[in-house]
Ligand binder design. Sequence first.
Ligand code: HEC
Ligand code: HEC
Length: 333
Amino acid sequence: MAVPNLALIFRTSVTAFFVSIAWQSGIAGDVPSTTSKQTPWAVPDIDKLPDDVWGKTVRYGRDLMTKTSSLIGPEVSDTSMRFAGNNLDCQSCHVKAGTREFGLPLVGVYADFPAYVARTGTVGTMQDRIQGCMERSMNGKPLPFEGPEMTALVSFMKFVSTGHPIGSATFGSGSGHIQKLDRAADPVKGGTIYANTCAACHGDHGQGQRNGKVGDAKGYLFPPLWGPDSFNDGAGMDKLINTANFVHSDMPAGTTWKNPTVSREDAWDVAAYIVSQPRPAMANLDRDYPNRLEKPIDTPYGPYADDFSAEQHKLGPFGPIEAAIKKLKAASK
Ligand code: HEC
Ligand code: HEC
């Protein structure tokens, strides 16, 4: 059993030196989007901001990331502020308020929007992307577009993206790129890994561990991974590739991509176990990805452009699906 506070030993601070070495040698590099240059990791210090209106707004954005459950969660006393549908925090997935490499960072993200979004087939803004996580990862409702919460979150994204120009790829974005298995990921094997390495924090039934008690809006010390208070089945974390990479780069908490704790194969299998568990359902998922050829191969719900089963899309093997999509794309040109 992993002992929860062991994680603290692993917690390392980012050193620009190590990062630049890894960056130059191309470890886990992202595919650059519009230029071949990648922007190295740099997160400005939020505490250096003055206590003026801008500084306060950026800090409110940071608090919304780290204490989401206490500010806009389903248990806050002001019922008009109950936007999230579960008691997760943005930081449950965007590690260290979105400032950790391959911990689903928000560093650099401000420069990526507006952008074409395959899920809707339209050009979406930064605000739209935040709403996506509100409705799926937070299983809730959208924030008012013009409200102080949305303004604060977008301000925070801009602040942590300082020095990341439009058109440059950011080193460390997403959760990583571990090599895929040539077999289906195995939820049964994953169950054993879960019991041995994850349950100590996330609970025997994936229910997590609260800071306080139900109803107090204090959120979780260790977030739930499935069940009624988790992300819904339309969320990015319910896709095997995201989850496996996140586990490899970031779990158990305190792990960094430079020193993974869980092996590549175990990361796939334990992720398979997690995505096979019950969670809230989102309506109208069949409307996602109107161009089916753009649908990520690990989307666990149809319809699909190819003939592979939902089961294979969920757990792999992905090689045959990738080959089929490539062929269909070539034929549609
Ligand atoms: C359950 C995990 C989870 C939670 C909680 C969560 N997100 Fe996310 N978020 C993701 C994943 C996974 C992605 C990217 C993967 C994808 O799009 O498939 C993402 C992407 C994003 C992006 C776009 C990042 C990029 O690289 O383009 C933004 C912005 C964002 N989230 C904001 C938020 C905010 C704000 C909250 C809290 C209100 C939040 N998220 C809560 C999992 C989560
Ligand atoms: C030491 C306690 C600890 C252990 C052990 C641990 N986690 Fe986590 N987990 C966390 C914390 C804390 C977070 C919130 C993000 C952060 O702060 O790193 C988290 C977040 C997550 C998330 C995203 C948030 C969510 O609600 O889904 C997933 C998925 C996850 N862990 C999976 C795993 C898996 C799989 C294992 C076992 C290989 C594991 N964790 C082991 C503490 C732990």
